[in-house]
Design a protein around this ligand. Structure first.
Ligand SMILES: NC(=O)C1=CN([C@@H]2O[C@H](COP(=O)(O)OP(=O)(O)OC[C@H]3O[C@@H](n4cnc5c(N)ncnc54)[C@H](OP(=O)(O)O)[C@@H]3O)[C@@H](O)[C@H]2O)[C@@H](O)CC1
Ligand SMILES: [K+]
Length: 484
């Protein structure tokens, strides 16, 4: 039996590419796990694992409220209660009354629990030290109904340590969307496999620390829905290098009054280690006060070199960027498309077609959910409802590599399984950090062999800077660059 710590609320740094499994695949693994006569079944193993895990997290707690739903998630809770009771803890087990009978595994757990002499209640206790949330797991399909909803609200109001079994009740394990109300867990123990919804959209805000116990099961490649973006390996910088070895990056953007965005992207490219950085403003009026380091070469968009160039287009380019896009979509050896450049593509079929014509491994687009919605002609809520699918649709539709920004940024490319980025936090939700990401991605794209690697590493590093940011210091885009 082994527990794996995966992520804290603020930080996750997987060294390997950890697989994430859909609930359908979890069910397939469960179904294919043959019970061994005389050995505990999966739910019994789950119960023991949960009891040990909760006790390790809250060793001095005495009174445990175990809130159980009518499905197998509740069965896990019942099994855990048996162990805690045997170990001398006070357990208060609440079960949801339902006209439907519980599934077979859970029914057996309830029979065992009653045989242990543990009382089953149908209401919440008045107070408790620790709550085990065994209300809803991967079977959640709609907003929690009474009494689930009331109990979830009680759990959250009490603000006591709360340990969620498999997923916090109310969280969609596949997408990270929540069906309110949702349990705010101190920690979550994911069973059998990790689910994507723990890591993207609203997942990170409700899971607390994330742990995994596989219960002795193994997943195969076909079970993998997506993976957690792993820690990148540093790029070797050989002694015999010259400035041409580390890529030429050009930022094309900065319409009137928006030049700062292009400067941020250029500075990010510079600090990320590009060999040479060019900055081509779409409008260079009123540049006084915009600090441009002397390391950056100013050009007009028409006088930029072509050969070997990685272009980052967008970055405060407003409407003007649309005039330059046909050129760079056709000629840039490598291309990062951000912000206003994406908005232009969303409304101009000729640009969209030119993007499709490019090779996916030379092109990265970096939409936030609203830009993604414009590109796919849908609503932002539809993007957020299934970020993995949305990122994959963008990759397939536009034949490019995608970074869908937001909590748990998704990296996708045609014909690949997406990655969810585990680094980053809400401090990045300020103006300018997207420009920094675009510039950083440009540098990595100029140096790495594929857009996939560049996009993955860029997301990871960008998020890591925010995770390592000192608590007492305000994070700004320009300060972020200095830490690259
Ligand atoms: N089988 C195994 O071997 C193993 C399974 N494992 C565990 O099983 C969990 C999955 O179990 P599950 O499939 O029974 O689903 P679960 O999450 O308990 O919910 C289903 C129940 O909730 C109800 N319900 C749903 N939504 C609702 C709502 N909004 N509001 C109110 N009710 C709602 C639904 O009612 P119905 O929709 O049928 O009316 C049904 O009664 C998984 O997460 C893991 O913890 C592990 O132990 C490993 C071994
Ligand atoms: K749960």
């Amino acid at each position: 039996m082994s527990f794996e710590w995966i992520a804290s609320h603020q930080s996750a740094k997987p060294t390997t590419e950890i697989p994430l499994l859909s609930s359908a695949d979890i069910r397939a693994i469960e179904a294919s796990t043959e019970p061994i006569i005389g050995q505990p079944g999966l739910m019994e193993q789950a119960g023991l694992a949960i009891a040990r895990w909760v006790l390790a997290q809250a060793p001095h707690a005495h009174f445990f409220w175990i809130a159980c739903g009518n499905g197998n998630n509740g069965g896990d809770g019942a099994e855990a209660a048996i162990h805690l009771h045997r170990w001398g803890k006070t357990v208060y087990v609440s079960a949801v009354k339902s006209p439907k009978s519980a599934p077979a595994d859970a029914s057996r757990a309830w029979t065992r629990l009653v045989a242990e002499g543990i009382a089953v209640h149908h209401e919440a206790p008045d107070s408790w030290d620790v709550c085990i949330d065994a209300l809803l797991g991967i079977g959640l399909q709609r907003h929690p109904e009474p009494p689930y909803a009331e109990w979830i609200k009680r759990i959250n109001q009490a603000a006591k340590p709360t340990f969620a079994i498999d997923v916090p009740s109310g969280l969609d394990a596949d997408t990270g969307s929540t069906f309110e109300p949702v349990v705010q867990a101190s920690a979550t123990l994911s069973l059998v496999g990790l689910k994507p919804g723990l890591f993207t959209h609203q997942g990170r805000d409700v899971c607390g620390d994330i742990w995994l116990h596989k219960l002795g099961t193994e997943s195969t490649t076909e079970h993998i829905r997506c993976t957690l973006n792993p820690t990148p390996k540093p790029l070797p910088r050989p002694h015999a290098s010259h400035k041409g070895s580390f890529g030429d990056v050009a930022i094309v953007g900065g319409a009137l009054g928006m030049q700062g965005a292009a400067v941020l992207a250029a500075c990010a490219a510079l600090h990320a280690g590009a060999g040479r950085v060019f900055l081509a403003f779409l409008n260079s009026e009123g540049l006084q006060g915009v600090g441009i380091p002397p390391d950056i070469m100013l050009r007009s968009p028409d006088t930029l070199p072509h050969q070997g160039l990685t272009v980052v287009a967008g970055c405060g380019g407003e409407h003007d960027i649309g005039h330059h896009l046909p050129h760079w979509l056709e000629l840039a050896e490598r291309l990062v498309i951000d912000a206003d450049a994406l908005n232009a593509i969303a409304i101009r079929p000729d640009l969209a077609q030119a993007l499709v014509q490019r090779r996916a491994d030379t092109t990265v687009i970096t939409p936030h959910p609203l830009e993604a919605a414009r590109l796919l002609g849908c609503k932002t809520t539809q993007i957020q409802a299934n970020r993995l699918d949305a990122a994959q649709r963008l990759a397939e539709t536009f034949q490019c590599t995608v970074i869908l920004k937001g909590s748990g940024s998704v990296i996708a490319a045609p014909g690949r399984k997406p990655r969810i980025n585990p680094t980053g936090n809400g401090r990045l939700a300020i103006g300018g950090t997207g420009d920094v990401l675009a510039g950083l991605t440009g540098t990595l794209l100029s140096q790495r062999s594929t857009a996939w690697e560049a996009a993955s590493e860029s997301c990871y590093i960008h998020g890591l800077l925010a995770d390592q940011w000192p608590q007492q210091t305000t994070l700004t885009a320009s300060r972020l660059i200095e830490h690259l």
